[in-house]
Ligand binder design. Structure first.
Ligand code: ATP
Ligand code: MG
Ligand code: MG
Ligand code: MG
Length: 469
């Protein structure tokens, strides 16, 4: 319903509905996954679109874009499950002006939709504007501050922020510009500007309106665009939580059915929605992680990405394995379990994205196969760990075995550590790292980072590579 309200609101204001693109754009190597609604419009924003492009003559657009933030510049993977607002896959409700209206109309329309169509109280809303960056010679965006005042937003609810929050960039290069954001206070009857942009679940960012004015051509070089554009994005899951008066995205229509399906197959539960220290054994985080990851896997696989050994495929494999481990280690799920959640996910996403429904059987098969392969990896690894422990002379686990397990078999080190702590054995992580370094160097010669199983490994490796150069 919210998706339709958003799209209809902008369609009535002459915005053309453009369907969501796939979650990856093979033609743009600067991106692992589509991380925002504007990605498919990048050539339009940069004035590079071909004459016969789908978007010729489109001056205003609207849609709900499938986004994934699990790699590259926008990577929320490590927050997912641990907080209540970040997902690997989410829908971004987007509206655009390509060289048409600019700041004033964009702010007016957003305010109208939130306060008069969705009836949110202005006392619950905060807006932000860019306060400049002398380093890059970027001036504060006082125009936007004045526009919000003229719309009637209370001046102490208009807050300045720096580049991290209020200068939006698609990636290391590409279109960018200052932005203004709208945040919602879930508690109300108070004034808490200090809680805005603090990643607290009580005050949540819902909508970002970017004024595309530059093309970032290198880390330190911004080129002004000939024409200015508006690019806005609101998280569907977050605005749904706001409208359903929930503290957590996971308590909305979008996630409750999936969490219930997980409860049915888990021996541990039910889901209680606890976070942080209250969630002592990480049970609720595991529920959240699985419900998030299965949505991501469903959407990505139905768009044609399969779990595999490198690039975005590796990220899919990693996400699948995280979900499987959360299930078997925290919730005592049966083997296999992940693929059985597909029909529930399809029920929720199929109406907006028919491809998800069309590909349901194929996606189930891919997930089941990958799950089974991972169980084989785990069983093989468990056996090697147990055997090594049994034949151990001292009380230190041999680093070369740990290294081999991880490198060749993709066996999770954390799982091995669990065995070792049960047996009160020592383990020298530095020694494993030195093996890792050696093989990294060997692999660098082959220009491949693909065997590495996590982002940290990758960035430290790339760092050392650059240092060497
Ligand atoms: P945050 O500061 O909460 O990480 P962001 O500033 O990175 O969000 P934007 O890049 O401005 O997010 O994206 C526009 C909107 O998309 C956000 O206002 C939010 O509603 C939504 N959004 C962003 N990241 C996520 C995510 N990982 N999961 C769900 N919704 C998201
Ligand atoms: Mg973010
Ligand atoms: Mg933000
Ligand atoms: Mg933002």
């Amino acid at each position: 319903e919210l998706r339709d309200i958003f799209i209809n609101f902008f369609e009535r204001r002459d915005h053309k509905f453009i369907p969501s693109s796939k979650v990856y754009t093979p033609e743009d190597p600067s991106l692992l996954f589509v991380n925002a609604g504007m990605n498919q419009f990048k050539p339009v924003l940069l004035g590079e679109q071909k004459k016969k492009s789908l978007f010729t003559n489109v001056r205003r657009a609207v849609n709900s874009q499938k986004c994934i933030r699990a790699g590259g510049k926008h990577n929320d993977l490590n927050d997912v499950g641990h907080d209540l607002t970040h997902h690997t896959f989410f829908e971004m409700l987007g509206s655009w002006s390509f060289g048409d209206y600019f700041k004033e109309d964009a702010c007016k329309m957003a305010w109208l939709l939130l306060t008069e169509v969705l009836n949110l109280s202005p006392d619950r809303l905060y807006v932000t504007y860019f306060n400049g960056c002398p380093l890059n010679n970027l001036k504060p965006d006082y125009d936007t501050r004045e526009i919000w005042k003229s719309i009637g937003v209370n001046h102490n609810r208009i807050l300045p922020f720096g580049s991290t929050d209020n200068f939006w960039e698609m990636g290391e290069t590409g279109p960018c510009g200052p932005c203004t954001e709208i945040h919602y206070d879930r508690i109300g009857n108070r004034h808490v500007p200090e809680q805005v942009n603090k990643s607290l679940s009580d005050v949540v960012e819902i909508w970002n309106i970017v004024f595309m004015q530059f093309n970032k051509v290198s880390i330190s070089q911004l080129e002004p665009l000939n024409v200015c554009h508006v690019d806005s994005g609101m998280g569907l899951e977050r605005i749904t939580a706001v409208m359903q008066q929930k503290q957590s995205n996971y308590d909305t229509d979008l996630f409750v059915p999936i969490l219930s399906a997980i409860e049915e197959i888990s021996k541990v539960g039910p889901y209680k929605g606890r976070v942080g220290e209250e969630d002592t054994n990480g049970i609720d985080a595991a529920y959240r992680m699985i419900s998030d990851h299965i949505r991501m896997l469903t959407v990505a696989i139905s768009d044609g990405i399969y779990p595999g050994p490198k690039g975005r495929e590796l990220i899919l494999r990693k996400v699948l394995r995280r979900a499987v481990l959360a299930g078997i280690e925290k919730l005592q799920t049966p083997r296999p379990f992940l693929y059985t959640l597909l029909p529930t996910v399809v029920e929720s996403l199929g109406c907006a994205f028919p491809e998800v429904e069309l590909k349901q059987d194929e996606v189930m098969e891919v997930i089941k196969e990958s799950e089974m392969a991972f169980y084989r990896t785990l069983d093989r690894g468990d056996l090697i760990v147990r055997k090594t422990i049994k034949n151990l002379a001292g009380n230190e686990f041999p680093p070369e075995v740990a290294h081999k397990l991880r490198l060749q078999n993709g066996y999770p080190l954390n799982r091995m550590l669990l065995f070792l702590s049960q047996e009160k054995l020592n383990f020298n992580m530095m020694a494993v790292d030195s093996f890792k370094k050696q093989s990294s160097e060997k692999n660098l010669n082959k220009k491949s980072f693909s065997f590495l199983d996590n982002e940290e490994d990758r960035s430290s490796l790339i760092h050392s590579f650059l240092k060497q150069k």
